[in-house]
Design a protein around this ligand. Structure first.
Ligand code: SAH
Ligand code: SF4
Length: 413
C-alpha cells in the first residue's frame, strides 16, 4: 500500500508538508538499490536464509550491484543457478526511469528522470578534459526560494530516497558504459578474465542538482556512503562536493557523518542583499554561516571550502562587494576558494547576468587578495542544463499553462 502520509521538510520560514518518501512497489518486491550491505543481509535472513548464508549472499550481491552494475540476478554468475530465481521473486534492482536524454553541443548531457511514483527530476553530466562531473539531485524541486534559481520556483517537492540518489550515479555509469566488463570470478580463472581496469569518464560528483541536500540529510548521507564504499562505487570523498545554501545546523554533521567537500552558496556579502536573493539568510545569517564553515570538519588549505557566488548585474557585483567578500573570508580565517558563476537566465527571472568586464574586475580583486576566484564557464545552456536552470519539463509546462491562464484572465477582465 503506498504510504501517502505527509512528512515535513523545513522551508524558509515554516516546514513544508510533502508526501512521504517511501514508495513501496505494487508487486511487493523490494528494491535493493539504496540499501546498505547490512540491510540487504537482514532482508535475506528475513526471507529465510540462515544468518551466515545471508551475510555471504549480501556481500556477493552488493558487489554485483555497485561494482559491476548488473540489473539482473541471472547475471550474478558466482551465485548458484537455483538461488537466482529465489532472488528475482523477492527483490529487484531498480534504476530511475529515463523520460528524456539530451546532449548539448558542448558535450554536456542532461537526463530527465522519473521516480516510480511519477515525480520528475534531473541529472546532468559535464565532461571536461581532465574530469567528468555528475551533478546529482537530492530533492524533487526545492522548498527554498532563492530568487535567481529556477528550481526554487517549483512547487512540487519530495525528498529523493537513497536509492533514487545513488540510482543517478548508477544510471550515469550505465549510460557512459562504465561498469567493469567481463567475468567477475577472476580469482578462479584469471586467464579467461576480461575484467577491465578503470579509465573512467565519471570521476567527480557534485550534489548541485535540484534541491537542498542538507534538508534531506539522512538520505543524502546514506546514498553517498554507498558511492564512497570501497566495495561499492568506490569514489573517494575528495571527489565529491556537497553544495548547501547555508543550512547551518546540519553543516557540522555533514562533515562528521559524510566527510565530503563543502560548497556554500554565499552569493552576497550584506544582510540586505542576501536576505533578498537567498532567503534562508533570514534564518541563518552570514556570520553564523561563515562560522559554521570555519568549524567544518576536515576543511584545510589542502581541502578548501568553495564559496559559490552568482554574478547578478547591479545586485551583488560591485568592487565594494568583492572587497567585503575578501574581508569576510579573511576575518573567519577560511581556507576558501571562490567560484564565480555567471547568472544563467530563465524565462521570467528577475535578474540579469553581470557584464564580462564586471565579472573579471570582481575576480581580480578577490584573486589579488590571495584567494583563487575562477569564473565558471556555463555549460549545457542550449539544453537548459546549466546551474539553476533545472526545472522539469512538466513543471515548465504547467507554468506556461498558468501564464496563459493569467493572460486570458487579464484579457477578459
Ligand atoms: N541547493 C543547493 C545546491 C543546488 S544549487 C545550493 O543552493 O547550494 C547549485 C548552485 O547553482 C548553487 O550555488 C546555486 O546558487 C546556483 N544557481 C542556482 N540558480 C542559478 C542560476 N540561475 N544561475 C547560476 N547559478 C545558479
Ligand atoms: Fe534551492 Fe539551491 Fe535553488 Fe536555492 S539555489 S532554490 S537552495 S536549489
Amino acid at each position: 500500500m503506498p504510504d501517502t502520509d505527509l512528512m515535513t521538510i523545513p522551508g524558509q520560514v515554516d516546514p513544508v508538508p510533502v508526501a512521504r518518501d517511501i514508495t513501496p512497489r505494487a508487486d511487493g518486491r523490494v528494491d535493493l538499490i539504496g540499501l546498505p550491505k547490512r540491510r540487504i543481509a537482514e532482508l535475506f535472513a528475513e526471507a529465510g536464509l540462515d544468518a551466515k548464508q545471508a551475510k555471504l549472499r549480501a556481500k556477493q550481491v552488493f558487489h554485483w550491484l555497485y561494482h559491476r552494475g548488473v540489473t539482473d540476478f541471472e547475471a550474478m554468475t558466482d551465485i548458484a543457478k537455483t538461488m537466482r530465481p529465489w532472488l528475482t521473486e523477492r527483490f529487484v534492482i531498480g534504476r530511475p526511469e529515463v523520460v528524456e536524454a539530451q546532449h548539448s553541443t558542448d558535450g554536456t548531457r542532461k537526463w530527465l528522470l522519473q521516480t516510480a511514483d511519477g515525480h520528475d527530476f534531473e541529472m546532468v553530466f559535464i565532461p571536461d578534459a581532465d574530469r567528468g562531473t555528475l551533478c546529482v539531485s537530492s530533492q524533487v524541486g526545492c522548498t527554498l526560494n532563492c530568487r535567481f534559481c529556477h528550481t526554487g520556483t517549483m512547487r512540487l517537492v519530495r525528498n529523493l530516497t537513497p536509492g533514487e540518489i545513488v540510482g543517478q550515479v548508477m544510471l550515469a555509469r550505465d549510460a557512459l558504459g562504465e561498469w567493469p566488463k567481463g567475468r567477475m570470478d577472476i580469482a578462479e580463472d584469471a586467464s579467461e578474465s576480461e575484467y577491465t581496469a578503470d579509465g573512467r569518464l565519471l570521476t567527480n560528483i557534485v550534489m548541485m542538482g535540484m534541491g537542498e541536500p542538507l534538508y534531506n540529510f539522512d538520505n543524502v548521507r546514506d546514498a553517498l556512503r554507498l558511492v564512497m564504499d570501497g566495495d561499492g562505487l568506490a569514489l573517494s570523498k575528495r571527489r565529491i562536493t556537497l553544495s548547501t545554501s547555508g543550512v547551518v545546523p546540519a553543516m557540522a554533521k555533514c562533515g562528521e557523518e559524510i566527510g565530503v567537500n563543502l560548497a556554500v552558496s554565499l552569493h552576497a556579502v550584506t544582510k540586505e542583499v542576501r536576505d533578498e536573493i537567498v532567503p534562508i539568510n533570514k534564518k541563518y545569517g552570514i556570520e553564523e554561516l561563515l562560522q559554521a564553515c570555519a568549524d567544518y570538519p576536515g576543511a584545510s588549505n589542502a581541502r578548501r571550502i568553495t564559496f559559490e557566488y552568482v554574478m547578478l548585474k547591479d545586485k551583488n557585483d560591485s568592487d565594494e562587494d568583492a572587497r567585503e567578500l575578501v574581508r569576510l573570508l579573511k576575518a573567519f580565517k577560511l581556507p576558501a576558494k571562490v567560484n564565480l558563476i555567471p547568472f544563467n537566465p530563465w524565462p521570467g527571472a528577475p535578474y540579469e547576468c553581470s557584464t564580462p568586464e564586471r565579472i573579471r574586475a570582481f575576480s581580480n580583486i578577490v584573486f589579488e587578495a590571495g584567494i583563487s576566484a575562477p569564473v565558471r564557464t556555463p555549460r549545457g545552456r542550449d539544453i537548459d542544463a546549466a546551474c539553476g536552470q533545472l526545472k522539469t519539463a512538466a513543471e515548465k509546462k504547467s507554468r506556461a499553462q498558468l501564464d496563459r491562464e493569467a493572460a486570458e484572465a487579464e484579457a477578459q477582465g
